[in-house]
Design a binder for this molecule. Structure first.
Ligand SMILES: *Cc1c(COP(=O)(O)O)cnc(C)c1O
Length: 471
């Protein structure tokens, strides 16, 4: 019992927490001023496994030393030369809210276990719904664990509304969705989980800017009908992951209205632009969607995971899951917003809303716009630098904070592909920058997503210099 009493002791916690905060503040400083010179301390999976295996074999030890190893052996998202995947360097206040909610651990599924987080979830969802342009009287939203799960939840809601018998009776007809071939892989995965199979995922080709060719929707729709499929939803990407291309929503919305289909906008990454006057034009027409997904943990500076799913009609959100759970709520039919678990896949759920609300409460909504505008303007700068460099080429002018480019000092395309793969490997091994790569029309491109607003134009110039110096 003494072990437990000590482990729960408030005094021990105070000391451990102070130590950790000191350590994290020092880390943040060194990442931001780049005295920490490595962005990613890359080691192979097996090397890292062996390190931790040996550490574990030593048995219990010092907490500070453990935290220190975790910090130094991780990828440093707060380093200005982190430009890899689309995950936010979280605002420190949101991380603190994470510590707070981790300790309180109010699991949210029912109101009594989420007295604070359920109302905060409603408030931040109402804010987002309003910025999307939904009628605040009739829309609603929720938070869930990631864009992948949110897209699945949205498609389940779409099916519940358009094919309501499936939930009870299982599938009898062949259902299908339509989506651009550039959509995030999780849409494909969601469709397969729902039993739609390969045939039920109709991929619409993209144009030279990697946007859905909306003029083809009618032909693909008629072909699907001729093949005995019933299409119930179209997914628009806002933006796509590989290149950051935004599908043009109005013609997709027209098509959905004409044919009685559900329009889902996967704005996991780019939906955040609804917070910026300057960039919200990228998602013109988003207010005509039936459902929209936005990740708070991408351009909105919240620690992962924190994803919004917003419905144009509140009642649709309650169609997704109909199950009796007498021990949780007395009346399954009532549309009570305050019992989180009725509308979400999760039962116990993280108090995500507290992290989002902490940002809004501390800095106001304007910090969201400022971040989005900063990330986009850095991407525009970088695209300009690449476009004006004779030895680099740009895949396409970026709409978002994602830029695909390659080093191309020669014309032999096979050699250029090989060279760029090699560059990416060396960058990873040296660790002074973290960027990723992608393949576009069979060609290898380097890819940055600028996620850290403290990145400077100097850091972006330095990336080009670093790449040139590698050959
Ligand atoms: C990131 C992303 C997803 C997946 O979201 P997670 O939060 O990583 O699960 C889905 N769609 C798009 C367009 C994305 O950018």
């Amino acid at each position: 019992m003494e072990l437990l009493t000590n482990a729960y002791s408030a005094e021990n916690f105070r000391r451990q927490a102070h130590d950790l905060v000191d350590q994290l503040a020092g880390y943040l400083q060194s990442a931001q001023d780049q005295t920490l010179s490595t962005v990613i301390p890359y080691q192979s999976p097996d090397e890292n496994y062996r390190y931790w295996q040996a550490d574990f074999a030593e048995g219990s030890g010092d907490l500070n030393a453990f935290f220190n190893e975790v910090i130094s052996r991780s990828t440093h998202l707060h380093h200005p030369r982190y430009m890899g995947h689309q995950v936010a360097p979280p605002l420190p206040v949101a991380a603190l809210a994470g510590l707070l909610s981790g300790l309180l651990n109010n699991g949210m599924a029912v109101y009594e276990m989420g007295l604070v987080s359920n109302p905060l979830e409603r408030i931040v969802s109402e804010l987002l719904a309003q910025r999307i342009g939904f009628d605040p009287q009739t829309s609603s939203g929720l938070l869930t664990s990631g864009g992948t799960l949110a897209n699945l939840t949205a498609l389940l809601a779409a099916r519940a509304v358009h094919a309501p018998t499936v939930w009870q009776a299982g599938s009898s007809e062949k259902l299908a969705i339509m989506v651009s071939e550039e959509a995030h892989y999780c849409v494909d995965r969601a469709a397969r989980i729902m039993g739609l199979g390969t045939g039920g995922i109709i991929k619409i080709p993209v144009n030279d800017r990697f946007q859905m060719r909306t003029e083809l929707l009618g032909d693909y729709f008629r072909q699907a009908q001729a093949d005995g499929l019933r299409v119930f939803a179209v997914v628009a990407s806002a933006c796509s992951t590989s290149t950051g291309a935004y599908d043009t929503i109005p013609p997709i919305a027209d098509f959905c209205e004409k044919n009685g289909l559900w329009l889902h906008v996967d704005g996991a990454h780019g939906g955040a632009v609804v917070f910026s006057e300057q960039y919200r034009h990228l998602v013109t027409g988003i207010n005509r969607a039936d459902s929209v997904v936005v990740d708070w943990h991408k351009m909105l500076m919240v620690p992962a995971l924190a994803t919004a799913l917003v419905f144009r009609r509140n009642k649709d959100a309650f169609q997704t899951f109909h199950q009796q759970a007498q021990y949780l709520w007395a009346d399954q039919q009532s549309t009570d917003w305050f019992n989180s678990g009725k509308r979400t896949f999760e039962c116990t759920k993280l108090m995500m809303s507290v992290k989002i609300y902490a940002i809004l409460k501390t800095y106001g909504e304007k910090i969201l716009a400022e971040n989005i505008e900063r990330l986009h303007s850095l991407a525009q700068y970088f695209a300009g630098a690449v476009a004006s460099a004779p030895d680099f080429t740009l895949a396409l002018w970026p709409e978002s904070n994602i830029v695909c480019f390659r080093y191309q000092p020669e014309n032999d395309m096979a050699a250029v592909n090989e060279r760029n793969s090699l560059i990416r490997q060396r960058l990873l091994a040296e660790g002074r920058f973290y960027i990723v790569q992608t393949t576009l029309n069979g060609a290898v491109y380097l890819r940055v997503s600028i996620m850290n607003p403290l990145t400077t134009t100097h850091d972006l110039d330095a990336l080009l210099t670093e790449i040139r110096g590698m050959v």
